[in-house]
Design a protein around this ligand. Structure first.
Ligand code: BGC
Length: 412
């Protein structure tokens, strides 16, 4: 018996299969900053005697991770827990694939502490089906402080001021905009550009309501025109570059700005950089009052109708106040609870937390379309295709607008 058990354990180790007492976690946190944040979670669980089977699937924004997940579930081998965004959670819950976490949620009082905007995705049909880890937002500018000082560039307040600042950096011989040419990164920029060009009502109509008039509007064309302007400020090697390598260009004084969600801050911190000393964080010009958010959540796959001890431990750990602070300090995001003292977060984190709450109170909080919080994956991916084709010069702005309208129609 003993040798049988040892054999099974050895097999599990060699194949990476999860054993009882382990959680197998599928996620896309593979950059330096992301891995550092993930370690906070692993350590928390190992402190509770729970082992960790890692299932990383590289690819920012999680598109590849969701493809791998589908294949795993189809072959009857779902992971214990999976990092998910917005409408992906809802879609899996609709399929009846997710475990009901209501007991642990009631025990830990999640209803009272998790913001409404996150509950919308963490719950399905009155049941908690995911544990939110954080709140990220996409409408940020990351700027190299040394270059800003050297070139006398103050925080741009408007689109025109931002273009002038980019031009100044370019003229000085640096890369103005550090960017990685991948569809999800192009869409992440478009998130902020569209919000800034058309304002909150436009964003709501076009990306949440999928209103044809808004999608096909002159405002949308102007947003695409602004993307063309930004395209003129990236370097020649941007194609296919990972987002964290773009962040590294800002960190290493090679580039002035990056437009990226606040997971970029995790890279600055991981490189030993400090907000306001080495880098600056501010909202994309023209979106100072808005927050386009996304929240990483861990959904637990149903295991014969019950929540395993390991799943319960993972869910409990994720929403515990100490973990929320420890993790989000490293990840660049802000806590998924509204009742915490965030004085331990750095300046960007405190700003992000206050802005999230203020935007929520004033009706300026929107789910990021680029990160799956405005519409289901089919729509998101259809939008990605158009935005990236335009960014790469396949479509002019007028064509991109038409393509966007028809892509949404087909996938609605
Ligand atoms: C996730 C972040 C992640 C980023 C880049 C986003 O969709 O919410 O947690 O760091 O993608 O991979």
């Amino acid at each position: 018996m003993k040798s049988f058990k040892l054999g099974v354990a050895a097999l599990a180790l060699s194949t990476g299969l999860a054993q009882a007492g382990d959680v197998e976690v599928l996620h896309w946190w593979t950059s330096g900053g992301e891995a550092a944040a993930l370690n906070v979670l692993k350590d928390d669980l190992s402190g509770q005697g729970i082992g960790w089977q890692d299932m990383p699937v590289a690819g920012g924004g999680g598109t590849q991770a969701m493809t791998v997940l589908r294949a795993r579930v189809t072959s009857g081998n779902a992971p214990t827990a999976v990092q998910m965004l917005g409408f992906d959670i809802t879609d899996w819950a609709k399929e009846g694939a997710l475990a009901n976490l209501n007991d642990i949620a009631a025990d830990k009082n999640w209803d009272a502490v998790v913001p409404e905007a996150l509950q919308k995705f963490a719950k399905y049909d009155g049941k908690w089906v995911a544990a939110p880890v954080n709140v990220h937002s996409t409408n940020w500018v990351w700027a190299n402080k040394k270059l800003m000082d050297e070139l006398g560039i103050a925080q741009p307040q408007t689109w025109d001021e931002f273009v002038a600042a980019l031009q100044k950096v370019k003229d000085a011989g640096y890369t103005a905009l550090a960017h990685g040419g991948q569809a999800w990164q192009d869409a992440t920029i478009f998130d902020a550009v569209a919000m800034s060009t058309g304002g909150a009502d436009f964003y709501q109509k076009a990306f949440v309501d999928l209103d044809e008039a808004a999608l096909g509007s002159d405002t949308m064309k102007e947003a695409f025109d602004r993307m063309t302007t930004l395209r003129g400020f990236v370097d020649d090697n941007f194609s296919g570059r990972d987002w964290n390598l773009a962040t590294a260009m800002v960190i290493n004084n090679e580039a002035g700005f990056q437009l990226m969600g606040d997971w970029a801050k995790g890279e600055f911190l991981n490189a030993g950089k400090t907000p306001n000393q080495d880098f600056l964080c501010y909202r994309f010009p023209g979106t100072q009052s808005q927050v386009t958010f996304n929240s990483d959540q861990f959904a637990m796959f149903d295991q014969n109708g019950k929540v395993s001890d390991e799943q319960a431990a993972l869910a409990g750990a994720i929403l515990s106040p100490t973990f929320q602070i420890a993790f989000n300090k490293v990840k660049g995001s802000v806590p998924a609870r509204t009742d915490l003292d965030v004085s331990e977060l750095d300046a960007c984190g405190q700003q992000g937390y206050e802005e999230f709450k203020a935007a929520s109170a004033s009706g300026n909080l929107y789910g990021s379309f680029a990160h799956g919080h405005a519409n289901k994956a089919a729509i998101k991916n259809a939008m990605y295709d158009v935005i990236t084709a335009h960014f790469n010069g396949e479509y002019d702005s007028a064509t991109a607008v038409q393509e966007l309208v028809s892509a949404v129609q087909i996938n609605k």
